[in-house]
Every structure is written in C-alpha cells, then in structure tokens.
Design a binder for this molecule. Structure first.
Ligand SMILES: C[S@@+](CC[C@H](N)C(=O)[O-])C[C@H]1O[C@@H](n2cnc3c(N)ncnc32)[C@H](O)[C@@H]1O
Length: 262
C-alpha cells in the first residue's frame, strides 16, 4: 500500500469519533477557531474560501460562521461524509466539501478563491511541498491571499512526551527527507487508534521556497512561542494560550504565514 493510501485509511478510523467530538462541542457552544488564527485571518465576510485538509469540517464550519462561503477538501471519504453531516446537523449552508488528495487537487477541482486556508496539523501529511505551493497558487484569485498556521517544524523535531517534562530530545531530524512512520494516529479529538501512517518532516525554508517558486509573495512569517490548546504546551496563560514554562521565549511552537500572488 502506498503512503497516502495508508494515511487515508488511518485517518478514516477517526472520522466518526471526530464527528461526535466536534458535534458535541458545537452543541455545547464550546467550539471556536484557533484564537491566533482568528486574529490573524481578520474579516473574511463575503469571501470565497478553500480550506485544505478540513478533516470532519469543524473549522470549515467556523469559517462559514464568520461570513465566508467555504469549500473544505479532505483525503478521507468518511471525513467528507461526516463534515457534510455536521454542517447539515448545525444548519450551516454556506459550506461544501470535496474528497481529494491535496497532491491531486488541481486535477480534481476547478475554481478560484479569495482565500486559501490551512491550519493545525496539516503540512506534514503532504509529501511534496513544491506541488502544494503550485496548488495553492492555482486556486487563488489574483487579489486573493493564502494563510497557513501550523506546528513549527523545529518543535516537531523533539520527542513529544519528553518535552512535556522539560526535556528536549531531538529524535526527528529537522532535515529529514524520508517520511516518519508511526503506528498510532489521532488522540486530539478521539482516542488514538492503531494504524500505520506516514508524516513528512518539513523545514521552514522548504515551505517558503515552495510558495516563492510558485510565484507567491510572502507577506509575513510569524513564529509564536505560545499556541492554541491542542497544539502543544503544558501551561495555559491568561489569554487561554498554551506554552512550556521551561522554554518560554526559547522555542517556537507554531508559525503563521500569509502570502499573495505576485
Ligand atoms: C490534523 S488533521 C487537520 C485538521 C484541521 N486542522 C481541521 O481543519 O480540522 C489532518 C487532516 O489532513 C488530512 N489529510 C492527510 N493527508 C492528506 C492529503 N494528502 N490530502 C488531503 N487531506 C489530507 C487528513 O485526512 C486529516 O483530516
């Protein structure tokens, strides 16, 4: 089985649990977009948004609630099925969802968007950032913009369990070109499941060069030492952001980048 197919099957094991998790949060009125993303993204009222790697649609729905018309894309058929179901349950109409590997989206979908958006655990699932950059550009209107917010790749180099105890153990090489194979998936919106899956380490330079070579101009790159819940950290600050007290001001946790067509 190829690596994308393995990832499709692995993520598919989580679809129904994610749907139930996010539906409960919406019903309790306790789901919101990542606060850093919300602030940086600004007003998207009336915009046409393409949301890459939308999972079961929770953030797609939040973007729609902010006044945009949003198309979510995900690799996994059950994610698309449950995303449609979630939008239907919540009576959100200005969204639609399509199933596609991002690596094949230019062949599978047509359309131009004001905003191409991706966030929170997306980039490392893609084997070819140059193709990703071209895909972002392909779907952007000339006056549109691309926004990405994700885990900082330097943080991803360290053992995720030891870092919670204040120990930095660099076990995932920052410059690795091979996919890292893991035998469990999920855990942030469901119990983790056993399934082989593949994650591609990326560097900030690879990401920036991929966008630049696709004729996108980098408007900004921000590195944050605090992040939204679910993205890292062991303590919570007065604004609800998470951080590692031992590494405050020393280690980037997440980054944000905005780019526009040249
Ligand atoms: C951590 S989740 C991202 C969740 C996202 N923050 C959201 O909006 O909910 C990663 C998602 O990427 C999707 N994915 C992984 N590889 C993909 C690919 N090659 N093409 C499209 N989606 C992919 C998975 O199915 C999963 O839903």
């Amino acid at each position: 089985m190829n690596k994308i197919e393995a990832n499709k099957q692995a993520w598919g094991l989580l679809s129904e649990d994610h749907y139930n998790h996010f539906k409960k949060k919406f019903i309790e009125n306790s789901y919101d977009l990542n606060p850093i993303v919300k602030k940086e993204l600004g007003d998207i009222t009336g915009k046409k948004v393409l949301h890459l790697q939308c999972n079961t649609g929770a953030d797609t729905i939040m973007l729609a609630k902010m006044g945009a018309t949003v198309t979510g894309v995900d690799l996994v058929p059950d994610n698309v099925h449950f995303a449609k179901q979630l939008a239907n349950d919540l009576g959100v109409e200005n969204v639609d969802f399509i199933e596609s590997d991002i690596m094949e989206l230019m062949e599978n979908h047509e359309g131009k968007y004001d905003v191409v958006f991706t966030s929170d655990g997306a980039i490392g699932w893609l084997p070819d950032l140059n193709k990703w950059g071209k895909t972002v550009k392909y779907f952007l209107k000339d006056d549109g913009f691309f926004y990405v917010h994700d885990s900082h790749p330097f943080l991803l180099s360290f053992d995720e369990e030891k870092i919670k105890k204040g120990v930095l153990d660099l076990i995932y090489p920052y410059f690795d070109n091979e996919a890292d194979v893991s035998t469990t998936i999920g855990g942030y919106a469901s119990d983790p499941k056993e399934a082989k899956n593949y994650f591609w380490m990326f560097t900030l330079s690879k990401l920036i060069n991929a966008l630049s070579q696709a004729d996108l101009f980098i408007e900004y790159l921000i590195e944050h030492d605090r992040c939204a819940p679910g993205m890292g950290g062991t303590s919570t600050d007065e604004n609800g952001l998470r951080y590692f007290p031992e590494f405050e001001g020393k280690l980037p946790l997440v980054f944000s980048l905005k780019a526009t067509p040249r």
